[in-house]
Design a protein around this ligand. Structure first.
Ligand SMILES: [Zn+2]
Ligand SMILES: [Zn+2]
Length: 350
């Protein structure tokens, strides 16, 4: 590798902002660890929270920490026990490091491991020239998938996990919230044959993004009656599936109200406060099924993602709106702060 230092984006102190600085290269791989040279990374909402130093970040992050977890790069060294990948492989990673020994991990539910550690949150992350990761999270990419798309597979996996909670082919779907994951979910629904995809969103930039991505109807709840419009589109039946991606209680109420009796709701959005709900009218008497979605199923979700990307069923260029050089990372953060972007990519190494 030559040099002993590398550039990394670091949370240096418990305050607003981040610093691009030289840090020492990760050394001494454990037997199950993989060293990856990053090619591109993408900025997540989580990274923005750490940059802004919100309440969640204050309680969770212990500086100094290299942030970032949406990555694509090349394996440059492996520990002695690593079998999944070899030097030269083109890889990405799930951001959740499962403990592999708890009740969930040994019953096929690693994605809800009780001892999950998150890359770039609990351990040094991938906004750097190199990152050291445990073999368990590493995912070997198909060479035909561009690195920009590969780096976005982590949030893309959230979208897949939510869409595939149940079969939505030939079904009407409502997605509340057209952030990047919402838009990706809409594209996946279209790709797998949902009959009609309806979205709600208030932000003008995101409304445009959703329309360009092929969402059939984008409703702005500030300007239109969500219930009336959806009943009209669905011939008075309501939607078959409701995917909540806004973490907004009004979106949750609207979605549950317009969900057809016997339908299902999959909730990915994270709510900032407790939500009061009429469980009888909105869940019990409607006979609906409600799914809580977190992370990605390891690795069923990644296999589906590979199929969608390798066969070009979903075009992630519609949701990747900005690509910056690593040095210009703060431009990306500022755009995301204003909610005037889709996914923002940083080029680390050529
Ligand atoms: Zn992420
Ligand atoms: Zn576990």
């Amino acid at each position: 590798m030559g040099t002993r230092t590398m550039r990394a984006i670091v949370k240096d102190s418990p305050s607003y902002g981040l610093t691009l600085k030289k840090v020492s290269l990760p050394v001494s791989l454990a037997p199950d660890e993989v060293l990856i040279k990053l090619k591109v990374v993408s900025i997540c909402g989580t990274d923005l929270h750490i940059y802004e130093w919100n309440n969640w970040a204050k309680n969770r992050i212990k500086p100094p920490l290299i942030i970032g977890h949406e990555i694509a790069g090349e394996v440059v060294a492996i520990g002695e026990n690593v079998k999944k990948v070899k030097v030269g492989d083109y890889v990405s990673a799930d951001s959740h490091i499962p403990c592999q020994v708890c009740y969930q991990c040994h019953t096929g539910r690693m994605h809800v491991c009780k001892n999950t550690k998150i890359i770039g949150v609990d351990t040094d992350g991938g906004f750097a020239e190199y990152v050291k990761l445990p073999e368990i999270v590493v995912w070997k990419n198909d060479p035909s998938i561009p690195p920009e798309f590969a780096s976005v597979q982590e949030p893309f996996g959230n979208a897949i996990h939510t869409v595939f909670a149940e079969d939505v082919s030939a079904k009407s779907v409502l997605i509340t919230g057209m952030g990047p994951i919402g838009v990706m979910a809409a594209m996946i629904c279209k790709a797998i044959g949902s009959s009609v995809v309806i979205a709600t969103e208030v932000n003008p930039y995101r409304i445009e993004l959703a329309k360009k991505a092929g969402v059939d109807y984008v409703i702005n709840p500030k300007e239109e009656d969500v219930h009336a419009k959806i009943m009209k589109i669905t011939d008075g039946r309501g939607v078959d599936a409701f995917l909540e991606m806004a973490g907004n209680k009004n979106a949750l109420y609207d979605g549950l109200k317009v969900l057809t009796n016997g339908g299902h709701a999959a909730l990915l959005g994270v709510f900032s406060d407790d939500v009061e709900l009429n469980v009888n009218d909105l869940i019990v008497f409607k006979g609906i099924r409600v799914y809580g979605i977190t992370g990605r199923r390891m690795f069923e979700t990644w296999e589906i993602g590979n199929q969608l990307l390798k066969n070009k069923l979903v075009d992630l260029s519609k949701v990747i709106t900005h690509v910056f050089d690593f040095e210009d990372w703060e431009k990306g953060m500022k755009l995301m702060e204003k909610a005037e972007s889709g996914k923002v990519i940083l080029r680390v190494n050529d």
